[in-house]
Design a protein around this ligand. Structure first.
Ligand code: RIB
Ligand code: CA
Length: 316
């Protein structure tokens, strides 16, 4: 089987970093090809996210993957950084050396369009930050949806409370207009919302198994996950954390791990209390009267996810 070509778009914070380590292990095993990374505002600014991405890729031995800095702000609102959950530098405020490499001079949106045209019908875009770069790429190239194999997005909340407002999940809330462009486009989208990610929260025992290894990657992962657990524990009411982005990557590579419903999805753009909320349409309307359905993950094999993530991080 030819390994899927992945383009990752992220706001490298802690769970993005864990997702990168998971993906790097899959690349080393020959089960995926990482053709590029784009970064976007969100957990941190897009340049800091790019430098963090380079640090993690170099730690994982993937120092030949192009990393492009993307949008530094949303399309139609002020920028906001989630430093409370990821630290001011996006990686648990660890004092990390500068990466050896540097971002390319290309913008993330331009890189996305170029790689989609270079690999027509082969690219799987995995987006684990706000969707500004994907929205911009759709505006840059109207043919983009027909060139991309699949788009897997971590974001949204349907039967689950929001995590940045009462109803909105952070990645969607950070740029609702861009997200709505992504869900309105005619390409295959898999959406991995809080409804699927929250039940995969790792706990104290998982963290302890990770902390029990002293190799550089495991030590780094343990440091950022302990910091993340400190931030998450009050919400979970038990020691632990939700590695949202790693689940999106795992479902991109092994869809059989998930449970899905097919629903057209829209984003609330005008609600005073609900802006950024994702709304699905559970009616059975004729295709001509609605958007292309999105494949929404509503559950996953939690034990398999947690075991595979730990095994991936400990494989370095
Ligand atoms: O709501 C969780 C998402 O927001 C994750 O992607 C996390 O990294 C933050 O970007
Ligand atoms: Ca993220």
């Amino acid at each position: 089987m030819i390994p899927p070509k992945i383009l990752f778009d992220c706001d490298t914070g802690i769970d993005d970093a864990m997702m990168l380590l998971y993906l790097a292990a899959e690349v080393r095993a020959g089960d995926a090809e990482l053709v590029g990374v784009g970064t976007v505002h969100g957990n941190v600014d897009s340049l800091a996210g790019a430098l963090n991405t380079l640090r993690v890729l170099e730690l994982a031995g993937l120092d030949d993957v192009p990393v492009a800095v993307g949008a530094g702000r949303p399309m139609a609102q002020a920028v906001h950084y989630a430093v409370d959950w990821h630290g001011t530098n996006g990686l648990a405020d660890l004092d990390l050396p500068a990466p050896q490499g540097a971002p390319t001079g290309e913008s993330a949106a331009a890189q996305l369009v170029r790689l989609a045209r270079a690999h027509p019908g082969e690219l799987t875009i995995v987006a684990t930050g706000p969707l500004t770069n994907l929205g911009a790429a759709l505006l840059l190239d109207a043919e983009l949806p027909s060139l991309v194999r699949e788009v897997v997005v971590m974001g949204g909340a349907f039967g689950h409370p929001g995590n940045i407002t009462t109803h909105a999940e952070a990645n969607i809330w950070h740029d609702p207009e861009a997200a709505d462009l992504v869900f309105a486009a005619d390409w295959p989208v898999v959406l991995v919302p809080l409804d699927a990610t929250h039940s995969t929260a790792v706990g104290a025992e998982w963290l302890a198994r990770l902390a029990d290894h002293d190799r550089p990657v495991a030590r780094f992962a343990s440091q950022i996950m302990e910091w993340y657990a400190d931030a998450y524990t009050p919400t979970l009411r038990r020691r632990g954390a939700v590695v949202h982005d790693a689940l999106a990557a795992m479902l991109a590579l092994d869809p059989g791990l998930g449970e899905y419903v097919e629903r057209p999805v829209r984003v609330e753009l005008r609600g005073e209390l609900t802006r950024g909320a994702t709304v699905w349409d559970a009616r059975s309307l004729p295709a001509s009267e609605t958007r292309r359905p999105v494949r929404v993950a509503v559950g996953s094999d939690v034990a398999a996810f947690q075991d595979r993530l730990l095994a991936a991080v400990l494989s370095f």
